[in-house]
Design a protein around this ligand. Sequence first.
Ligand code: NAP
Length: 270
Amino acid sequence: MGNRLSGKVAVVTGGNRGIGRAIAERLAEEEAAVVVGDLLGELGTAGPSVEGFVCLPLDVTKEVSIRAFVDEVLQRFGRIDILVNNAGIVIHKSIDEQTVDDWDRLMAVNLRGPFLMTKYVAPEMRRTGSGAIVNIGSVEGFMVNPWHTAYAAAKAGVHGLTLGLAVDLGPDGIRCNTVCPGWIDTDLNRSYVEMHPDRSLIERELGQLHPVGRIGSPKDIANAVLWLASDESSFVSGEMIAVDGARTKKISLPAILDEEYRAKLSKLAL
Ligand code: NAP
């Protein structure tokens, strides 16, 4: 596609599928050497494959795994310019059902993982005098779905981590930003849609929640990550950028008023 990341080495955690896979592909299309770190340590078959990225085993909950992964990347590629902290899980449980183990597991992947990855990658970025860290946060760091207390707390934590890293690492030439996806079509939330007997109805209603009229694709997130990882955003650091089709900008209306508004919109479209 282009050469916006030519000569750079990028690490993407949880890049075996979903948003991470799209990010790895997009960065590789722009000529970065991309290393995906994932539990499996091998690339799944979903999605088109792109030359230029490899997958190594990584469990972001384990410090020993992160150290081994970073060492291996440096041994093979000699540097790390871009870190995308993407790996994440979700738990749908009420506060009564949620166990301490549930809470700790989610925090270990979604919040402690980005902290530990940064801890071991930042010295390498400092050595070269530049680096871009892009976290995948969520609109659920700002507002929340029911039964997502742990997820929302972790994502708000990622947003706070972003502010701290931007301030602490800025003097070393390292930027840190976060992309906050809205509803993106991946395995993470597909089970939610599949629970409902009338799948097409739920898909239509989900689309209508977004002023742009559709849910997002992993590629929508990958394009935003590319910009934040590239030198085109060299004066942008410490930002949380929502990529959500303006869903979080729309104030809820009573259902009947919302229907009238949509009916008007569809007449205008005729
Ligand atoms: P996904 O399809 O479930 O993919 C998650 C990826 O993370 C998988 O490749 C998984 O590996 C990997 N992973 C999980 N635990 C890991 C660990 N301990 N160490 C290393 N890798 C691990 O999810 P997604 O929708 O692409 O989500 C990616 C990120 O976007 C997450 O941070 C999520 O919170 C965020 N997000 C998603 C949405 C959405 O609507 N989808 C919205 C907002 C934010 P395996 O394949 O081996 O399981």
